[in-house]
Design a protein around this ligand. Sequence first.
Ligand SMILES: NC(=O)c1ccc[n+]([C@@H]2O[C@H](COP(=O)([O-])OP(=O)(O)OC[C@H]3O[C@@H](n4cnc5c(N)ncnc54)[C@H](O)[C@@H]3O)[C@@H](O)[C@H]2O)c1
Ligand SMILES: O=C(O)C[C@H](O)C(=O)O
Length: 308
Amino acid sequence: MKVTVVGAGAVGASCAEYIAIKDFASEVVILDIKEGFAEGKAMDLMQTASLNSFDTKITGSTNDYSKTADSDICVITSGIPRKPGMTREELIGINAGIVKTVSASLIAHSPNTIIIVVSNPMDTMTYLVHKTTGLPKNRIIGMGGALDSARFKYRLAEALNAPISDVDGMVIGGHSDKGMVPLTAHATRNSIKVTEFLSKERLEQVTEDTKVGGATLTKLLGTSAWYAPGAAVSGLVQAIACDQKKMFPCSTLLEGEYGLNDLCIGVPVILGKNGIESIVEIKLSDAEKAHMQESAKGVKATNGLLEL
Ligand SMILES: NC(=O)c1ccc[n+]([C@@H]2O[C@H](COP(=O)([O-])OP(=O)(O)OC[C@H]3O[C@@H](n4cnc5c(N)ncnc54)[C@H](O)[C@@H]3O)[C@@H](O)[C@H]2O)c1
Ligand SMILES: O=C(O)C[C@H](O)C(=O)O
């Protein structure tokens, strides 16, 4: 199993590290445009192999896509992150050009690959990959919901004063400050709905804190987060590499599911060796449906800025 990660920055390196530590891939190639940067990150990570007990071989490449040839899975993290006060949507001007060029170069060397898009604004970048590469929809996956759900569980555990392992919950919708739809009515603590334990007001606070999770970290760090994003990507990569048939909310092209068309947005999917093996349609309340429609409107407005 060969995995390429484009972008050796904060998220790309974190993602490569988590993939290696989980020790399911034979090879991880990190590629960056900055001279020597990916090679340096790869060497530093390889020097953790004996300490962290993994056998995954990590190599780096300065923009030489021949090194990525025949990758089973490619992760795109290249592009600029936001600074405090910015929205993810403001990154479109620079990141669209990068994602378009990078995805074409990856596919030229790995025509059968599955692509995971991380660069922001992620739902729109995932749609761009659809529009420009012609890959089948099961092989283009946007990562956002897995991260947002992890943040949702963190906030739920905080509100419940419970260990995170007690808590389950999912965030669907767009990966944006306003577009996320945390499914509070479906969230549970050990199979009991959290609505049994938390007031409506406290759950509204959890929802709000979840939606601005990325912005909160960006304000604290001066740039956007990387540990949880890297871990979330590694979870998707592992589910595909190990054919786990796990359910994650991922951004995928919708063709009528959830009453939505011609956009990529986060919905629950099953991930296995073919990438997105199916889209799971769950029953939403009228309020949740309305939030999804509103979220889709936002994603479509950003898609409208693409020069296709
Ligand atoms: N979808 C998500 O949940 C999620 C989570 C975190 C970050 N992000 C996004 O991921 C992206 C990367 O964030 P980061 O914190 O790692 O940024 P970073 O600046 O640390 O790293 C980005 C890297 O991309 C490289 N790069 C730029 N253009 C390139 C090109 N054409 N080819 C190859 N490499 C290129 C840069 O040299 C840099 O090393 C941002 O757009 C950020 O918003 C998304
Ligand atoms: O917040 C960001 O801009 C980065 C990423 O999308 C995140 O949610 O951490």
